[in-house]
Write a protein that binds this ligand. Sequence first.
Ligand SMILES: [Fe+2]
Length: 394
Amino acid sequence: MIPQYFEFYNPVKILSGSLALENIAFELKQLGASRPMLLTNTMLTGVGLTRIVQEALRGSEITLGAVFEEIPPDSSIHVVNEAGRIFRASGCDSFIALGGGSVIDTAKGLHILITQETDDIMQYMGADILRAGKRLPFVVIPTTAGTGSEVTLVAVIAHPERHVKMEFTSYHLLPDLAVLDPRMTVSLPPRITASTGMDALVHAIEGYTCNQKNPLSDAYAWSAIELIREHLPRAVANGKDIEARMAMANASLMAGVAFSNSMVGLVHAIGHACGGVSKVAHGDAMTILLPHVMVYNLDMLADLYGRLLLPLAGPEVYAATPAAERATKAIAVVREMTRQLSQACGLPMRLRDVGVTEADLPAIARTAINDGALLLNPKEAGLNEVTLILQKAL
Ligand SMILES: [Fe+2]
């Protein structure tokens, strides 16, 4: 079904494969840059990833103007401001983000700071507030396969004093270049591989089912699910499986393109609230909540979930399942996938496994119903409905 009207946008150039890092210098030069700042964290430097990137640039016409490694797992506006100070002081003209969600979000915050020529990014919070601004070549090298942040127009940055996660949404936040190189994800531990991979799966499933879906976002979501089905268990079982790593990097990116255009829904609304109230890691919350939200959405989405059985389980299972049972079978397949990942690497299956208590639920539910992701979920959910989902997931 084609919507009467829709928009689709993805201007990010993608370099995928071995030696992708070595092509960054050429691409930066094409973008008119010569002195990038590298943003990363000390953990990634510790395992040698920063050095690999530095060596890939060596001998080129690109010189790193600064390396900023002080990005914690939960970045904040203060980190963005500090990165901005160093960026300006060291005369950089572009930047490379090497890391997972937190580093990429920090880089997007820095992008706002520099392109909008401001010292206070808070005034740009919200959707579509950024103007085109100053040109600033922006390269992202993801080191996890899940957030899809290298192709999304969203940045989430914490404001610790106000206890809020500020959300910025703008096409101007999209990077110029996403670099998927197997050297960047081979050392990711199984547990993080699994939870970030499940985040990508939720992006694809919500992207395929949310109200803003369209044939273009469907194509990305569908392919992402196929790749995840086959390669997530492989990447968890053997991190050195280059083919599985590259498939997951591409799946994560495709799921990111899908949801950046069609948006996410109730799994993310409740998941964000679990993160905000009870500090549940995003991928863990996604893993735990996905089947419960699918059950909740089932009456509205039976047809779409039924179709998703094909990429989720493959043609044999799809063909062997009567049409009327495909949607519930799809949910069962998701549960089974989660269970197997849990057995393989300890992925949590219940909210209580990640420290959420009964007493936390009212605050999580209240936060969830005010989350923007709820707006595009195909089925409405209020306080009572969200509370019931949370109780089942506890
Ligand atoms: Fe997500």
